[in-house]
Design a protein around this ligand. Structure first.
Ligand code: F2R
Ligand code: MG
Ligand code: MG
Length: 322
């Protein structure tokens, strides 16, 4: 992992970029059909899986905040990350209602420790809003799973204080880290060794069952069973496992992300999480160039997201090795 410009370091750099830009591309592909059924998604795309809206949504806007904070603070700083979320917030990117309420509380001066604990009648959110943005933490702590898990929980708490929201984000971050390390066959075993919550342990067993089935994953009946068992909704436990399955079941970035979006439901978010894991595994080169070209540009668009990936790589890999 040391030395500049050799093949393995340029591969790793591409995987850092791939995780972030892959997440943004998955988000933008799924965005126009968020909330649609599987059948509606199919008729919207009509077999041509183009980025019909270049715009990314809250998933990517918040992921940018996570990356910016890690880069600026050279590691995790909850108060700073909360500030980045507030500074970056644009309502038109379609935030979840719980996250919106937490951001309003932060804006009103409530502390980041308290704000997230007040929503959903004091239960806190188990939505996938913490998991969808967590990829930079998977990259930054990829070589230290204990710290990764702890930081993923803390970073989630800023908006999602329910344990199932935090555990979902930790599972997604660890999946990105394992993919970055080139771990595919052993991914479920590594995850199984860390997952504590029963809800996710059940889902892991279901992923294994579906992986072992000798059936066409593209068949409508198969997809319906998958949606029934793994889920395609906004709860973290109904979307993070589906993203992991979509990565594991296919062997290219585009096949995995298209499959994730084709299931309908929370398409931008399941697309973003699948894109982050797949991008970390295959690298930026594996992302279809027409999707990269179509992605939102401007000050905080494609080039900026790539730069964030490069900065995380520089701080984590280049800086650490000297
Ligand atoms: N906001 C959207 N999409 C627009 C959806 C429109 C919506 N149906 C509407 O008509 O208003 N997408 C973005 O939001 C998702 C991430 O959400 P996040 O940030 O986790 O928000 P929230 O509100 O905290 O959680 C999402 C939903 O999960 C359910 N939920 C969570 N915790 C709960 C609890 N303790 N008890 C009961 N329900 C809980 C709620 O339905 C939340 O609204 C992503 O899809 C992103 O793209
Ligand atoms: Mg979204
Ligand atoms: Mg969504």
């Amino acid at each position: 992992m040391t030395g500049k410009g050799n093949n393995s370091s340029s591969r790793l750099k591409s995987r850092f970029r791939g995780a972030l830009i892959g997440s943004a591309v998955g988000d933008a592909l799924g965005a126009p059909v968020e909330g649609c059924t599987m059948e509606e998604v199919s008729s919207f795309f009509g077999g041509r899986w183009e980025l019909k809206s270049a715009h990314y949504t809250d998933d990517t806007e918040m992921m940018i905040g996570v990356a910016e904070s890690l880069i600026e603070r050279r590691g995790f700083d909850a108060a700073d990350m909360a500030c980045k979320f507030l500074r970056n917030y644009h309502a038109w990117r379609h935030y979840g209602p719980g996250t919106r309420a937490v951001l309003e509380r932060l804006k009103a001066g409530e502390s980041w420790e308290e704000a997230s604990t007040k929503v959903f009648n004091g239960e806190g959110s188990y939505g996938n809003g913490a998991a969808m943005r967590i990829a930079p933490i998977g990259l930054f702590y990829y070589d230290d799973p204990d710290t990764l898990w702890e930081v993923a929980y803390k970073a989630s708490h800023i908006t999602h204080s329910h344990v199932l929201g935090k555990e979902g984000a930790a599972i997604q971050a660890y999946s990105v880290a394992l993919a970055l390390r080139g771990e595919r066959g052993g991914m479920l075993t590594y995850l199984g060794a860390r997952i504590k919550e029963e809800r996710y342990r059940d889902k892991l067993a279901k992923i294994e069952q579906f992986m072992g089935m000798d059936a066409d994953p593209g068949a409508n009946s198969y997809k319906k069973a998958l949606i029934e068992e793994l889920g395609n909704g906004e709860a973290a436990f109904n979307s993070v496992p589906t993203a992991i399955y979509s990565f594991l079941r296919f062997y290219s970035f585009s096949d995995s992300v298209i499959y994730a979006v084709s299931l309908g439901g929370d398409t931008d978010t399941i697309g973003a999480m699948t894109g982050a894991i797949s991008g970390a595994y295959y690298g930026e080169e594996a992302i279809p160039p027409e999707w990269l070209r179509a992605l939102e540009g401007g000050m905080r668009g494609r080039r900026y997201i790539e730069w964030l990936g490069d900065e995380l790589y520089r701080i984590k890999i280049i800086h650490d090795s000297y």
